[in-house]
Ligand binder design. Structure first.
Ligand code: C2E
Ligand code: CA
Ligand code: CA
Length: 765
């Protein structure tokens, strides 16, 4: 037995050995024990059969890269029928020139350098267009002299592994897209493409269910024809609505293997047929809490059920789509919450600046104006305090709903916070008048009673309007102007609309229709007076009466003065109105005296505009003369605002009326400037402590201090003091103890009509 050598083809180990065998031996590099030809033959056969059965491709090539050997796997791979067909040929006979050249170059390099090429990944695209991947190694074959005389190669089909890898990578890419909050359509499209890349002749589609859960809309279907997508856009969910509509409806997968015969496709068969679809497998995309978010469907041109591989892909797709959609919804929700007020659902202050900037931008491009309408409820706090927070909330919700009802298409309504709202409207610069009268409609609509529980509350709004670009260049500036105008409305008695007209200058906007109505009301005798007694707190005796005007509106019923006096002041209608009050009140006072009732002082409210009218003293004189009332029984109520606002004019008017012998009182003392100088500088007879002070008595310590100081000052100045708005016995007791002698308020009597007053006075005789 001699030692075996490394066999090469040239070694000529055995005379009878076929060339193929020799090659195999050489390639195996086998140490052959040459004791017996039979043994050798058996061994070679064994090796050969191992090679043939290997799923890997094994081949040997000569120095010119020509096939010397190829196992069955290689034969199959190259599409040959047997090795004989391949023998002596190069890869150029089997691959495209590009691939073949690449293989050839690599093999030549391996043979030239003697360095094996290990673990090369090769990708092929087959005739069917599908890619396949191989992992191959190529090693030089050396003869005993150490010279390279060929290569041995093996190669393994790793397509399946590669697919799985791509799927895994695709999934992690998608999760990353979701984490980065990329747009939902992009994520869903990438998902469909990933699934499609795993399959042949299958198209995917994702449909999203709308908020109401009624209709499906396209999420992604990159390879379905647009015409098909368009036709099913917005399809209603139901139990016979194709695969997707039914799946979304039932919450269960609907695998229709033959569209043409399945009843669920009865209404959509023609549509599917037009595009050649024969089966459609749809699965609902389910959110964590088991509600349906949409559907994922695969369409095939064949009549069949999905394969297990397809089922696995469907489950991956619905899972990822579910995460993406839920995440998107959560983000939308968070964004919504950050930009909306949870009570009314309106955009909030955070959203508002953006909305304004956007509207300004639009206005610039279209040469329009943006009206910023600042709306503040007048008596919200009161409703909240007297009816509770729940009622306050209901009020705000109703208010918001009225604003929303009122707005036109492009307008925005925002809740700035508390009881403040803003409406943004794009308007034409020439449309000022119609726009303002529209806002008056709004003001009236807001003042309609609101049902809360079993009761009703009436709340009005003070409105301020400013415009971009006229009243400010930035959102902040225009908003500040609108706010200032709104504030002015509050000052003007609420339920008023003011238009910003330069710094410190606000026009109270005229509601032209309303103005006309009031003008006619004065002429038509729709106004009437009620009288409220002023009493001696100790004896209860009536010392005086305050005349308070009301409007008996033909449609609206009795309208209180605060709803028309501010407008009358602004428009000048207060002059005829005030004069009517003056005449009526003096005439009435005189009539009671003539009727033998005890004479009392008649107090008439006089507004600033009236008082500053140069004719005013004449009118007072006229009223006294015409009625025959003696001047000592007439008292004019003036506010601090009237007295301070026009010092010289006021002083002249004051002296003139004083000269007639008429009494003067300061009304609403404490609400304006609480300016004690007024009391010294003007010849006043009486001081009326405002109701807001009395309201806070006797509880509030600061109010007690102020009320005390005012009363002691009044005593020093020899002024009588009357407390307004006394409603309770506690208030009365406290005021009495503090030395306040007179009072007016519901505790004694509300303002009442002339006949009732006559009765009261008569009873006192
Ligand atoms: P004012 O001069 O302060 O009149 C008192 C207001 O307080 C009246 O409201 C009266 O009804 C109300 N009042 C009286 N006692 C109580 C009370 O115990 N509790 C409460 N909560 N309220 C009480 P009214 O009649 O609605 O008048 C509102 C304002 O309208 C008046 O305030 C006055 O500024 C103005 N006004 C009324 N008539 C005339 C008028 O003829 N000319 C002018 N220029 N203004 C008038
Ligand atoms: Ca008054
Ligand atoms: Ca008053």
């Amino acid at each position: 037995m001699h030692k075996a050598g490394i066999l090469g083809a040239e070694d000529g180990v055995s005379e009878g050995m076929s060339e193929e065998r020799r090659i195999l031996l050489s390639l195996a590099g086998a140490r052959i024990v040459t004791e017996s030809t039979e043994l050798l033959t058996a061994e070679v056969d064994f090796l050969r059969s191992v090679l043939e059965q290997l799923p890997a491709q094994v081949f040997v090539k000569d120095v010119q890269s020509r096939f010397l050997f190829a196992n069955q796997a290689t034969v199959r791979r190259l599409g040959a029928t047997s090795f004989a067909e391949m023998k002596g040929k190069t890869d150029f006979a089997f691959y495209g020139p590009h691939d073949a050249q690449a293989f050839y170059d690599l093999e030549q390099q391996v043979m030239r350098t003697g360095v094996p090429a290990m673990n090369q990944e090769e990708k092929f695209v087959g005739e069917d267009g599908l890619p396949s991947w191989h992992l191959s190694c190529k090693l030089p074959i050396l003869n005993p002299a150490g010279e390279v005389n060929g290569i041995v190669g093996f190669s393994l089909d790793i397509t399946e592994r590669k697919r799985q890898e791509m799927l895994r990578r695709g999934q992690s890419d998608l999760l990353e897209m979701i984490a980065r909050s990329e747009p939902l359509p992009a994520i869903l499209e990438a998902l469909v493409l990933l699934i499609e890349a795993q399959l042949t002749g299958i198209f995917g589609s994702i449909l999203l269910l709308d908020e109401e859960g009624r209709r499906l809309f396209k999420g992604a279907a990159p390879n379905l024809p647009d015409a098909y997508n368009d036709q099913i856009e917005g399809v209603a969910v139901g139990n016979m609505v194709g695969s997707c509509g039914t799946a979304a409806w039932s919450g269960k997968p609907v695998f229709v293997s033959d569209i043409m015969s399945d009843p669920r496709w009865a209404n959509y068969r023609g549509l599917a047929a037009a595009f050649g679809f024969r089966s459609c497998w749809s699965t609902p995309i389910i959110a964590q809490h088991n509600h349906v978010l949409g559907t994922f469907a695969l369409y095939s041109f064949e009549v069949r059920e999905p394969t297990s591989e397809e089922l696995q892909l469907i489950s991956i797709a619905t899972h990822i789509a579910g995460i993406a959609i839920e995440r998107k919804r959560a983000e939308d929700r968070i964004r919504y919450l950050a930009h909306h007020d949870s009570l009314t659902g309106l955009p909030n202050r955070a959203a508002f600046m953006d909305i304004m900037a956007e509207a300004f931008n639009q206005a610039r491009h279209t040469q329009q104006h943006v009206a910023v309408v600042y709306i503040d409820l007048d008596n919200f706090k009161q409703v909240n305090d007297t009816h509770g927070h729940h009622a306050g909330d209901l009020l705000l919700v109703e208010f918001a709903a009225r604003l929303v009802d009122f707005k036109h298409g492009g307008d925005h309504v925002v809740r700035l916070g508390g009881d403040e709202f803003v409406m943004l409207c794009l308007t034409k610069p020439t449309d000022e008048r119609p726009f303002i009268s529209r806002l008056h409609q709004l003001r009236k609509a807001l003042a309609q009673p609101i049902r809360i529980g079993n009761g009703e509350v009436v709340t009005t709004a003070s409105i301020g309007v400013a415009r971009y670009p006229r009243d400010g260049a930035t959102p902040e500036a225009v908003l500040a102007s609108a706010d200032a105008a709104m504030y002015r409305s509050k000052e003007m008695g609420r339920d008023t609309l003011c238009v910003y007209d330069g710094p410190g200058n606000m026009k109270i906007s005229r509601d032209i229709g309303r103005e006309e109505e009031l003008r006619r009301a004065i002429e038509n005798g729709e106004l009437f007076l009620e009288y409220q007694p002023r009493v001696d707190m100790i004896s209860g005796r009536i010392l005086g009466l305050e005349a308070l005007v009301r409007w008996r509106h033909p449609k609206e019923g009795i309208v209180p003065p605060l709803q028309f006096i501010p407008m009358a002041e602004e428009t000048g209608l207060i002059l005829p109105l005030g004069n009517w009050v003056l005449k009526t009140a003096t005439r009435q006072a005189r009539a009671w005296q003539d009727a033998g009732l005890p004479p009392v002082v008649m107090a008439v409210n006089v507004s600033a505009r009236q008082f500053c009218d140069p004719l005013f003293p004449n009118l007072v004189e006229q009223a006294l003369t015409e009625s025959g009332l003696s001047a000592e029984f007439l008292e004019l109520e003036l506010t601090e605002y009237t007295l301070l606002g026009n010092v010289n004019g006021a002083a002249a008017a004051m002296n003139a009326v004083k000269a007639l012998g008429v009494r003067l009182s300061v009304d609403d003392f404490g609400t304006g400037y609480a300016n004690l100088d007024i009391l010294r500088d003007f010849p006043m007879d009486m001081l009326k402590i405002d109701r807001s002070f009395v309201e806070a008595l006797p509880g509030d310590q600061a109010t007690r201090a102020i009320a005390g100081a005012v009363m002691s000052l009044a005593r020093d100045l020899k002024l009588s003091v009357v407390a307004e708005g006394v409603e309770t016995k506690e208030q009365q007791d406290y005021l009495r103890a503090e030395g306040c002698a007179e009072a007016q308020g519901y505790l004694y009597s509300a303002p009442i009509g002339a006949p009732e007053i006559a009765q009261l006075l008569g009873a006192a005789c």
